[in-house]
Design a protein around this ligand. Sequence first.
Ligand code: ADP
Ligand code: MG
Length: 409
Amino acid sequence: MKIAVQKFGGTSLATADFRSRVCGIIQATKAENKGVVVVVSAIGRDNDPYATDTFIRLIKESNPDPSPRELDFIMSCGELISGVLLVSQLSAMGIESRFLSGEQAGIITDGNYGNAHILYINPKNIIKCLENNIVPVVAGFQGISEEGELTTLGRGGSDTTASALGVALNAEIVDIFTDVEGVMTADPRIVKNARLLSAITYNEICQLSREGAKVVHPRAIEIAMQNGIPLRVRSTFSSSTGTLVTNQKQEIGSSVKILGDNLITGIAHRSNVAQIKISNSGSRDKKGSELKVFKSLALANISVDFINVQPEIIVFTVAADSADRTIAILENIDIHPEVDRKCAKVAVVGAAITGVPGVMARVVEALSENEIPILQSGDSYTNIWCLVNKEHLELAVKALHDKFELGNT
Ligand code: ADP
Ligand code: MG
């Protein structure tokens, strides 16, 4: 039997009406004689009653610094609620289904609370469901460690659950159903004429999502890519075929399209970045201070990005919500940084940007035409990024998208 893994994001499950759309999609796939394995995220976003962030806020009202173990328990509740609701709704439609927690679905992880990695999957309960024509509905974002402790997989973790199940079950496809048409040339919430990318390589989507395009989690893409499982990103709310992520040639009628990496895939962004500057006047003693800075931040598990080390100054960025901790750690080693908490990062992403003449010139042109100061910039083989003030973020994304003519005309 061919197997389709279908993952539904928080917005897709938010209301009974939306869930009945989801049930319709599952029913239609079953009607094609496929084994459907469903993965769910928690309902809603941010302040919604059953969203993961709501549970985090709730526990922090009792203790601002809860234990990682208990935090994982409360964070995993959202998927239990959405999964059980979906199963109930499927049953009401006469589709037999069964809810499985991460543990029951055989998702075994390391013991890293809050950001666990899946080590292996034992899909025997899922297979038993499929053999009995029952739709397994699996709680995304959670697993169990080898020591039997509940763990969560980090932000976007349900995508990872879906992709790992796709590999374990050798699925024909992993469908990521969400609230946009598919992967687009920029976040459609910011750029109205962003274009849908009908097919892209794993490489391209991986770069976009690493640079902040949260439409699919990068780890989910890596897992699918290593095992050659095709992914598709599509909307719960329309019948469009979305974006196929694959490395395979596409057959269109009698011709064959060779899928290659595009020069520019799209514009990604990340808001909420803080820039940290340590200058000599910030009491940075010359010898070995770089090492002290980066070692102490590494020890505290703070991820540092955008690093620029020059004789007179060290500049780097951290996620804005790590800024306070970063400052405290530096003050502790008698280093007094300058901090700008209101930054954002925009990235022009393409498979082979470096070496193509004029790309950087166009980036600078787009931003300067709009009077957007560049606070810092850098490049890699696959992208060029700029740090800007947060207030300029949307304009910067739009300006770059226009400059590289990525949109629908
Ligand atoms: P879900 O809850 O379904 O997992 P997410 O919020 O994680 O949904 O991801 C979908 C969102 O990703 C969209 O609503 C969109 O705003 C955002 N997004 C950012 N960049 C892109 C992009 N390049 N293409 C499509 N969506 C994007
Ligand atoms: Mg998501």
